[in-house]
Design a protein around this ligand. Structure first.
Ligand code: ATP
Ligand code: MG
Length: 247
């Protein structure tokens, strides 16, 4: 696989926020078809890097995409994104079915109720993440793990070439977390989608990721195979003796 060019390359990328450089000199590659974990302490710039990839934040330097099987399209046609924080209020009095209705309607308010096709589509989308049973659950009644699956289902439609997950398992219990990562690994294997995920959980990354990017104070300090980048010695050298565990 060494001759497959990376799906995304960062070359000397800089992003300013609030009048200061949050990312600087970021040079890294995201292997095509892999699961890349983005790790770093709080405030190191992980979410900023994902949002720069999405074009939500302006950057200097180059973010180079190599997409499309015929290479005629530089950027992925579809990028799925699950943000670290929800842009909607999870206490809204709506069900998962309503949420899909809004999403399938381009997030425009729906005045006359949803057509039956919404329920059919929503059920199909939820089946992909083993969560069809939550269709009629109010969103404020979802467990953390169920909410992540709902957001993932939305991010998987249309089928993306690149899936960006910002701390997808934060706040969910160990069993749900392992099941969630297992689901991501299966999707990656079955669809070939390239995954970039932010996580603080080093054992889980070692188990599921094929590549690691290590951000420190806005710059990539190490990158490579999890076994090399996340060895005890390497983590201690990069982050100090307490490692990445402190949140
Ligand atoms: N809107 C903003 N204006 C100014 N500074 C910001 C803004 N958003 C983020 N920052 C700063 O950018 C830096 C990186 O933030 P970012 O959210 O990318 O970090 P992170 O690695 O995702 O952290 P966490 O692990 O807490 O999610 C932080 O120092 C943060 O304070
Ligand atoms: Mg973040």
């Amino acid at each position: 696989m060494a001759d497959v060019p990376p799906l995304v390359s960062f070359r000397d990328v800089r992003v300013d926020r609030g009048g200061r450089a949050v990312l600087t000199g970021v040079t890294a590659d995201i292997p095509r078809g892999g699961i890349t974990a983005l790790v770093g302490l709080n405030g190191s710039g992980k979410s900023t890097l994902l949002r720069a990839m999405l074009g939500e934040l302006p950057h200097r330097g180059d973010i180079i995409y190599r997409c499309g099987h015929d290479h005629s399209r530089p950027r992925p046609e579809y990028v799925g994104y699950v943000p670290q924080r929800l842009a909607i209020d999870a206490r809204l009095p709506i069900t998962v079915r309503d949420l899909f209705g809004l999403a399938l309607n381009g997030w425009r308010p729906v005045v006359f109720g949803f057509r039956k096709s919404v329920s059919v589509r929503a059920t199909e989308m939820l089946k992909k993440v083993d969560a069809a049973h939550v269709l009629d659950v109010p969103i404020d009644g979802l467990s953390g793990g169920q909410m992540q699956r709902v957001l993932l289902a939305l991010a998987l439609d249309p089928q993306p070439e690149l899936l960006l997950l910002d701390e997808p398992a934060a706040g969910i219990d160990f069993k749900d977390e392992q099941d969630f990562y297992q689901l991501i690994a299966t999707l990656n294997r079955n669809t070939g989608v390239t995954v970039v995920l932010v996580s603080h959980d080093l054992p889980t990354i070692t188990r599921f990721a094929s590549h690691v990017l290590c951000l420190q104070a806005g710059t990539i300090r190490r990158q490579g195979h999890p076994a090399d980048v996340l060895s005890k010695e390497s983590v201690a050298a990069t982050f100090g003796p307490t490692g990445l565990g402190a949140r």
